[in-house]
Design a protein. Structure first.
Length: 237
């Protein structure tokens, strides 16, 4: 398993504290100026349910079928639903993210960023530090969800719930408000990363689980642009 950059010990995640806070104001201003969904453009609110595929009997709201290119983790395919444990060791079904949210947003997620990494991977730590101020805080209310999957802890061992809790609540400049899931057997991560595995891996899917963007082995520089594009066009290309 390759990771771009030097390995980082588990405790080193905290060293990035505060590194992204200065960018939050400008990021929020940028997203506020640039984000235009079809609801804004058309004067309507909410996603058009007739354009959402929930044809598979999975989860409480159904799940998108395989589409024209089938299930997979490559752009153009549809990400298959999966189940992994969270920091409380509760089983989380990705299909649940296909339901309307029960928060103030109250609609279907328009874009879901899936991040795969490990506690020892320095770029994974760097990337995670940006998620709250640059993406989740300004855009969660516009329909963005983030899901992070960790398959190893800071020492290269299968991640425990205590490691997960520390990562989610204490390792960064602010607690992570999005789900952090554990792939303790590496089965899901290996299948998703593929034979040429390198991390971090970023997968961006839309409201129909279409993989719209994939970046592997680097900390992407254009994540915000990609997210804004999917938020504006959430049904597929």
């Amino acid at each position: 398993m390759a990771c771009v950059g030097e390995p980082s010990a588990e405790g080193e995640a905290g060293e990035t504290e505060g590194s992204s806070e200065d960018t939050e104001t400008s990021a929020e201003a940028e997203t506020g100026a640039e984000t235009e969904t079809e609801a804004d453009a058309g004067g309507e609110t909410g996603l058009d349910e007739s354009l959402l595929d929930r044809s598979q009997d999975r989860g409480p709201c159904g799940y998108p079928g395989p589409g024209e290119q089938g299930y997979g983790a490559e752009p153009g395919q549809r990400l298959p639903a999966f189940e992994l444990r969270d920091c409380d060791f509760e089983l989380v079904d990705f299909a649940g993210l296909m339901c309307p949210r029960d928060d103030d947003y109250g609609d279907y997620n328009r874009a879901i960023l899936v991040s795969v990494g490990a506690g020892w991977c320095a770029p994974c730590v760097t990337e995670t530090e940006t998620f709250m101020p640059e993406l989740y805080t300004p855009l969660h209310g516009e329909g963005l969800e983030i899901v992070q999957v960790l398959f190893e802890d800071g020492a290269g061992n299968p991640p425990t719930t205590s490691f997960c809790a520390g990562w989610s609540e204490e390792s960064f400049s602010r607690p992570l408000a999005f789900p952090v899931l554990l792939d303790q057997t590496f089965e899901w991560s290996e299948a998703t990363l593929g034979a040429d595995a390198s991390i971090p891996l970023s997968l961006l899917v839309d409201a129909n689980a279409n993989v719209r963007w994939r970046e592997q082995g680097v900390v992407p520089e254009d994540t915000l642009d990609q997210v804004l594009e999917v938020l504006a066009s959430p049904y597929g290309e």
